[in-house]
Write a protein that binds this ligand. Structure first.
Ligand SMILES: [Zn+2]
Length: 201
């Protein structure tokens, strides 16, 4: 087989996060050499998942059902259906928080941050539906868990203002020294945030 025939496959593979042209070639070769035990089952699994997965109409999480399991779980709200909302940028952030088991409320996935540079305003994010959930009384408390970047913090400030107008209690996750982290390896931004988020001991 001439390598050119593989171009479409290589192009697709190299669009995966963390996969450059070299790893794309390695993956393609692995797949081709294991057509029946790997390539066909993978293609099948991809098709099945593509058909089954949808974005939750309430929070934006990805699941095979909508509303997603997190939104449907009764243990994540009180008897009046009220909950605490945690706002995250992406589904991967939501999954990370779920893995950590550190949050037992419900989520709202923004789909990114506001960005003047990339021309991303509130209408390009799931801001309207977040405000609507709070307006409907689904949550009185909102935790903003956005990245400690300039855009992330701008978005946090913007959302905090809009949410407080609706009477919500708004807090943001602390940014700072990672558990087990040594100060000397932290970048200046992290150190500054850690200093600002200090508490009495
Ligand atoms: Zn959901």
């Amino acid at each position: 087989m001439i390598l050119g025939d593989l171009d479409p496959l290589l192009k697709l593979l190299s669009r995966m996060p963390g996969v450059g042209p070299r790893s794309a070639r390695r993956l393609a070769l692995e797949l081709i050499q294991n057509k029946d035990s790997l390539m066909r089952p993978l293609a099948h699994a991809l098709m099945e998942t593509a058909d089954a997965v949808r974005a939750c109409e309430t929070c934006g999480n990805l699941d095979t059902q909508s509303p997603c399991r997190v939104c449907q779980s009764p243990s994540r709200a009180d008897e009046n259906g009220q909950t605490v909302l945690c706002v995250v940028e992406s589904v991967s952030d939501l999954w990370a928080l779920e893995r950590s088991g550190s949050f037992k409320g419900r989520y709202h996935v923004l789909g990114g941050t506001l960005s003047a540079l990339d021309g991303r305003g509130p209408d390009q994010l799931r801001v309207g539906s977040l405000l609507e959930r709070v307006r409907r009384g689904e949550a009185k408390e909102v935790i903003l868990a956005l990245s400690a970047t300039v855009d992330g913090q701008t978005t946090s400030h913007y959302l905090a203002e809009r949410l407080r107008e609706l009477g919500a209690d708004v807090s943001a996750v602390a940014q700072g020294v990672p558990v087990g982290g040594s100060l000397e390896y932290l970048d200046d931004g992290t150190l500054l945030a850690a200093m600002n988020a200090r508490r009495s001991v």
